[in-house]
Ligand binder design. Sequence first.
Ligand code: FAD
Length: 417
Amino acid sequence: MTSDVGTNWAGNLSYRASRLAEPQSLDALADLVRGAPRLRMLGSRHSFNDLADTDGVLVSLAALAGAQPSVAADRRTVRVPAGIRYGDLVPFLQAEGLALANLASLPHISVAGAVQTGTHGSGDAIGTLATQVAALELITGTGERLRLARGDADFAGAVVALGALGAVTHVELDVEPAYEVRQRVFEGARWDAVLPAYDEVTAAGDSVSLFTTWADPDVVGQVWVKSRTTRDEPDLAFVGAAPADGPRHPIPGVDPQPCTPQQGQPGAWFDRLPHFRLAFTPSVGAELQSEYLVARTDAAAAIEALRPLAGRIAPLLHVCEVRTMAADDLWLSPASGRPTVGIHFTWRPDEPAVRQLLPEIEAALPASARPHWGKISTLPADAVRARFPQWSRFAQLRERLDPQHRFGNAYLARLGL
Ligand SMILES: Cc1cc2nc3c(=O)[nH]c(=O)nc-3n(C[C@H](O)[C@H](O)[C@H](O)COP(=O)(O)OP(=O)(O)OC[C@H]3O[C@@H](n4cnc5c(N)ncnc54)[C@H](O)[C@@H]3O)c2cc1C
C-alpha cells in the first residue's frame, strides 16, 4: 500500500511512510518518539534517495520551524529550530547584523537536514555546513532529551548522523558580523591549465566552484569565484579564463534569473554565497544528483579519471560542479579528517541510466571518494563503511542512543546499521 505522504523534491521517490506527523510542540514530538515503533525525521525533502524514508511515521518539524531563533548573549551563536530553512533564517540574521560562514548552493533546505547529511558549499578555508554547529539538542531513540556541545564526547558523532540518533529539535550555529561578498563567473579555462594550478585557482576567492558539462573533456566551462569585498578582485588570466560578459546559469544556455547577482556587484553574504535565490526553483528542477567527495590530494587524479568517461557522462548530465572544503573532525562528514574536494553531478532525470553509469564512475574515482549521504550512489556498503574511519564508533553511538533502531530505515539497514 502506498501512502499519501508525497514525494521528495526531485519527484524520484514516493515516501513509503504510513503517515506524516507534524507535531505542534516539543512535548507532542516527545510523545510521538515514545509511542511510534518506527519513525524518521523529514526536512525539506531535498535528498535524492530514500535516506529520509521510513515504513513507519515520517515526522516533519515544519510546524515548529517558525519559532523565533535566539542570539546568545556573546552574539557568537544563534539557536534555531531544527526544521527552519536557511532561507527563512537569513532575514532574522540580517536584522541582527549577523552572518553564517557559508551556505550551500540553495537556501531552500532545512538546517537539520543539511547538517545531518554533511551538506556543504565551497571554500578552501571553510568547512561543511555541519562545522557551523556549536551544539545540538535532540530527543534520542530512547526518548531522552540530550544537548551535545562542541567538545562533548559524543558531539562529533552526532552532528552528521543521517537522522539515525533521534529527532534534532534545535541547533546552535556559529555566527559572525554580517559581511558583503562579490561573485564573478569566468569562462574559457581548460583542464590542462587548471589541474596543475588547482590550488591557485581555488585560492582565487573565498568560495570557488568549477562547472563543466563534460561535452568537451578538455574544457572546464565556468569558474565561479565568490569573495568577501575585503579581498582583491580575482584574476584567472593565468589559466586562460576571462570574466563572463553577462550573468550566467551554471547550466549553459539556461536563463540566469534564478541565480544570485554576479559580475562583481557587491551584496549581502546571503545573496551571493548560494548560487540560487530562494524565490526561484534552484538548479533545473527536473534532475537527479550524485556527488563523490575525495581527499584533496586526490583531486587532480579524480578529474583525470573522469575525462575518459566524458562521452558516457555528458549525454546524461546537466552539469558537474567541483568544490573544496576544509577538513573537520565530525565522524560521518564528507571532509572528516582531510581537506576535501567534492565532485558533483546534476543529472537529467533518467534514474535507470544514471544508476547504470554510476558503478563505472565509482570504479574510476580514487578510493578516498565518499558518497554524499543525500544523493544517488551505487557504492557497495562495505566500501562506504571503509571510507569513514570512525564508522564503528558511529555504529556504537547509534546502538547507545537508539538501541531499538526506531529511527532506522532501509537505507541505514543497507549500510549495516
Ligand atoms: C537543487 C538542490 C541543490 C543541492 N545543493 C547542495 C549543495 O550545494 N551542497 C550539498 O552538499 N548538497 C546539496 N544538495 C543536497 C541537500 O543539501 C541534501 O540532500 C540535504 O539533506 C537536504 O536537506 P533537507 O532538509 O531537504 O533534508 P531531507 O532530505 O528532508 O532529509 C535528509 C536527512 O536529514 C534527516 N533529518 C531531517 N530533519 C531532521 C531532524 N530534525 N532531526 C534528525 N534528522 C533529520 C532525515 O531523517 C534524513 O536522514 C542539494 C539538493 C538539491 C535538491
